[in-house]
Design a protein around this ligand. Structure first.
Ligand SMILES: Nc1ncnc2c1ncn2[C@@H]1O[C@H](COP(=O)(O)OP(=O)(O)O)[C@@H](O)[C@H]1O
Ligand SMILES: [Mg+2]
Length: 357
């Protein structure tokens, strides 16, 4: 009976798998996120990071590639750059054999470094492609988001890196270079990725708008650039959401601001006025309203910060307030209650600014 059931399940599951595979792959090609669709395909397409591109291009021409360490804020082209370079080096066929890509979603304790990375590093490779063209006689191991690797795992990597230097190059990618242990950083050529300039972001966004046949206002693109703060991935993701919500309609500045979850400047002004002149009861209601509206406390915090800097307050007041902001920011990232944190910040603003009166 069991054998029969087993046989039956095997028979029925196989064709089912095939059936589901068909439409799902079709769907995937249709609904690719734009960040992936418009990822630079070759190193030349990477905008604004001229220094890195120049070095990589040299090594693409045949010089040797050093171990690399890319660091910089998110959405500035780190992952795209190394993937594009690897594709150019090896071509689409060899790429799979020669490049091992591990990112933060993979388990990356010491065990993985010992087994997966080491085994891959030990494979030797030839200096030609199947199509006869020359290619570099080494493999590349990309460790994306390396700052989330544990220190022992990083230490284990150190030996592997040195021992396998004849056949393997490493590319470590991280946001914060201070979280990579010194012995690793000293074995790599370091490249800092800069936040993208507004004009560069604008060009890429306009290119996408053009290819996707979107209707948009000039202000909406400027707003996208402003809310994404140098992170092109964020800007492209917002653009795609805005396009989904405004099919056949123009994308406006308002739509962008809504999607990005920016608090209306009037609301921020109002809150500050209450801090300066109002009472604690009023303040409590205003903060409660804002949090109930669903605005993220981190967003309110960053807008309050911008606005406090520009207010006509004494240096002492400003420094006391911004110091409190740093504490609130840390508490929020540790998971503290949003309402209480906002209220405590606003109380400090109130206290500081009312001392003179
Ligand atoms: N310098 C750049 N030139 C062109 N496109 C970029 C650049 N930086 C980021 N992008 C865009 O942003 C997306 C995310 O870039 P990615 O390389 O993954 O950033 P990260 O630095 O966080 O690894 C890419 O798909 C690409 O469309
Ligand atoms: Mg990345």
């Amino acid at each position: 009976m069991q054998a029969f059931l087993k046989g039956a399940t095997v028979q029925t599951t196989r064709p089912q798998k095939d059936k589901t595979a068909g439409p799902s792959t079709e769907k995937k090609t249709k609904a690719v996120p734009w960040v992936e669709k418009y990822r630079p395909k070759c190193v030349d397409e990477v905008a604004f990071q001229d220094e890195v591109v120049a070095v990589l291009k040299k090594s693409l021409e045949g010089a040797d590639l050093p171990n690399l360490l890319f660091y910089g804020p998110p959405g500035t082209g780190k992952t795209s750059t190394i993937l594009a370079a690897a594709r150019e080096l090896y071509g689409p066929e060899l790429y799979r054999q020669r490049v091992l890509e591990l990112n933060a979603s993979d388990e990356r304790g010491i065990q993985v470094v010992r087994e997966k990375v080491k085994n891959f590093a030990q494979l030797t490779v030839a200096g030609t492609r199947p199509d006869g063209k020359p290619c570099p006689p080494f493999k590349i191991i990309v460790l994306d988001e390396a700052d989330s690797m544990t220190a022992p795992a990083q230490a284990a990597l150190r030996r592997t890196m040195e021992k396998e230097s004849r056949t393997t190059r490493f590319c470590l990618i991280c946001n914060y270079i201070s979280r990579i242990i010194e012995p690793l950083t000293s074995r790599c050529s370091k490249f800092r990725f800069k936040p993208l300039a507004n004009q560069i972001q604008e060009e890429r966004l306009l290119m996408i708008c053009d290819k996707e046949n979107l209707k948009y206002t000039k202000e909406s693109i400027a707003a996208l650039v402003k809310v994404s703060e140098g992170d092109l991935r964020k800007a492209i993701t917002f653009l795609q959401s805005a396009a989904r919500l405004n099919v056949d309609r123009e994308i406006t500045e308002r739509a962008v601001i809504e999607i990005a979850g920016v608090v209306p400047p009037k609301m921020i002004d109002n809150l500050l006025q209450i801090c300066f002149k109002g009472t604690f009861e009023k303040l409590e209601v205003a903060v409660r309203n804002m949090v109930d509206e669903g605005y993220a406390a981190t967003q309110i915090l960053s807008q309050l910060h911008e606005s406090i800097i520009e207010q006509d307050l004494s240096d002492k007041e400003k420094s006391a307030i911004t110091e409190k902001m740093a504490v609130v920011s840390k508490c929020l990232s540790d998971g503290a209650d949003e309402y209480l944190q906002m209220l405590s910040l606003c109380s400090v603003i109130m206290q500081e600014t009312s001392q003179n009166n």
